[in-house]
Design a protein around this ligand. Sequence first.
Ligand code: COA
Length: 388
Amino acid sequence: MNGYVNPDYAPEPQKMNVKKGLEGAVIDTSSVSIVDSQTNSLLYRGYPVQELAEFCSFEEVAYLLYRAELPNEAQHAAFCGQERSCRKVSRAALDTVRSLPKSSHPMDAIRTGVSILGCEDPRSLDSSPPTNLDKAIHLLAKIPTLIAADYRFKKGLDYVEPAKDLTIAENFFHMCFSEVPPKEIVKAFDVSLILYAEHSFNASTFAARVVTSTQSDIYSATIAGICAIKGPLHGGANEQVMHMLLEISHPERADHWVLDALARKKNIMGFGHRVYKSGDSRVPTMKKYTQSMADIRGEQKWMKISAAVEKIMLEKKNIYPNLDFPAGPAYYMMGFEIDYFTPIFVMARTAGWSAHIMEQNANNRIIRPLSEYVGSPQRAIVPMPDRM
Ligand code: COA
């Protein structure tokens, strides 16, 4: 009966099959991507990610994630035209990002910036498929602008307007550094965006889907994704990898550093994965481009330290590197400040989040799991003066 308290209620202790961290739990179907740990493969809409990285641009991959097919030439031109036309953000958004404390982490600035995009969009509560697709393209276009603006403001530099004649990767360099580097560097960056774009039901995508499942809007769901990816066990690991490589600083010190960290039960950042247990399918491709960055810069130190860390982790723990391990030093050698590595991950993963948000909307049921209760049994309230 509603509101009735049964004084004799004494439930049997529950025995439930708790899946800590949702390990092994299959919570829905998805046609966006598959991570197959048996074959070490990752497919976006059926295409191997390694081939997408070699033969396609990040824009083509975003289109694929949103619309389930690769674009033809006309579709690609229309998509890029639309994305390029909505890169600018409002003066209010820029002023807000500029007004944030210089000490704030860029991830907090991006989260705040996306909040403003949501406040400014009069269609914020309209989650119909065409409107959501349009908003997804706006997010893809505007998030890099917010990141680059924060980058410039934190350095005391003037804002650089987005360009209309550059790709997403080229434009990001242009907005951060006022110049576009040689095409090999742009390609390495574009490849990293493709590899980071999507990875099935990872923590941030799941967070975005949970928010979407309540019929909340795409901005709110994207902010949930940003909040989840910030953590060092998820996207924040690419920053921690570079801090670790800098701390190790010489290849000969790698063994001692790793053994000492393991002895103190510390997790080595950029290693391990909930799904992949014998290697991350994205690592060989990223490693190749990180090596190309090292060759371009004439600086092999980070590759040597990385190789030494990887060797000792395999020997001692049989744990393989994940994508964050080669991505961290690649971004460092491209010239980005370390605390912008995770925001770069955000500008890539926005594509995957939006694809999942649209998929969740198309066939929604609110996500509401259970927990095993291990708290106090029912008890009576003792009124205040007598309460111990
Ligand atoms: N360094 C050292 N040991 C690690 C490790 C790491 N990076 N990752 C996993 N392990 C160990 C665990 O301590 C555990 O050991 P135990 O059985 O003796 O307790 C064992 O490997 C199994 O790991 P588990 O805790 O089941 O992994 P998980 O699925 O819960 O967590 C990660 C996965 C990714 C969170 C975890 O591997 C990690 O923290 N990695 C570092 C952060 C990172 O790179 N994140 C980016 C992921 S793409």
